[in-house]
Design a protein around this ligand. Structure first.
Ligand SMILES: [Zn+2]
Length: 283
């Protein structure tokens, strides 16, 4: 039995999506001599549960941990992998070493009264030891695994783990199947272009940081959501509308196509944030 609330889906030979209901997903890729993990999860006990699930699949050592981005729920388990090489984008490393930003997040987490809040205080932030800028090709267990960076989006350092032979990509939090992403650390205008490039990868399916495994059409929808949000925001700014007026217009427009998505009921703050950011960038 895997951990409670967890589903392990073998999406390709030796490639597993570890889907965690309502929480954060991880990836497990089994090679000839070792294992690669995608995202170490929110606190050490979550990482240890992930390792236990890996042990149900294979006894091979965990050699690599890839951080899709710096956010706590994806990377605060890194310290549980002292024998693995932790890899991420150079901006992901910089964000994890940004003491001010980390303190803001840590405050949010330890005061959230969740079951992991207390444990979060004990975390030693462990940033990637190996970084890259635009692309890193790894030859792992008979397959090529391409780590790709297309620019800023959900954070400044989101990477995609692309398995060309399997037509699969791990997208972190840049794209979900029918779920509104967290945007408050985002670079909304850059996200449009990053999403476009992500959709050009020749894949059939993607594994997101949250929610189910999606098909290519869901990847396109995720891109369209950000595009529509940004373009409508720009229109509202062009029309001289206030933030308050714009939120209503944007909400109405987005709800036609995306109203049924997970998290749509909490999208207002993100729309306000997007408005302020684009206005600040000169509209
Ligand atoms: Zn995130």
């Amino acid at each position: 039995m895997v951990s409670a609330g967890v589903e392990l889906v073998e999406v390709s030979d030796g490639v597993f999506a570890r889907l965690h209901e309502g929480l954060t997903n991880a990836g497990i890729i089994v090679g000839d001599e070792g294992v690669m993990i995608i995202d170490s999860l929110r606190v050490p006990s979550f990482a240890r549960a992930l390792i236990e699930d890996v042990r149900k699949i294979t006894s091979k050592p965990i050699k690599y941990v890839i951080d899709t981005h710096s956010h706590w729920d994806h990377s605060l388990g890194n310290e549980e992998f002292p024998d693995a090489t932790i890899i991420g984008h150079q901006n992901c490393r910089a964000e994890m070493l940004d003491i001010e930003a980390q303190e803001l997040w840590m405050n949010k987490i330890v005061t959230s009264k969740e079951s992991w809040s207390e444990e979060a205080r004990t975390v030693t932030i462990t940033p990637p030891a190996m970084t890259f800028n635009s692309k890193l090709s790894m030859y792992f267990g008979g397959r090529v695994i391409e780590l790709r960076y297309f620019g800023r989006a959900h954070t400044s350092g989101d990477i995609f783990i692309f398995l060309p032979e399997d037509k699969l990509v791990f997208t972190g939090d840049v794209a979900q199947d029918s779920g509104v992403p967290f945007m408050m650390d985002g670079y909304m205008e850059d996200w449009v272009e990053t999403g476009r490039l992500l959709c050009e990868l020749p894949v059939d399916r993607f594994i997101s940081g949250h929610g189910p495994v999606g098909g290519h059409e869901a990847l396109v929808e995720a891109k369209d959501f950000i595009n529509e949000l940004v373009s409508t925001t720009k229109e509202c700014i062009g029309n001289g509308q206030s933030n308050h007026e714009a939120v209503e217009v944007i909400l109405k427009k987005l709800s036609n196509r995306f109203g049924h998505w997970r998290g749509f009921d909490r999208v207002e703050d993100s729309i306000e944030f997007t408005f302020r950011q684009i206005l600040q960038n000169g509209g």
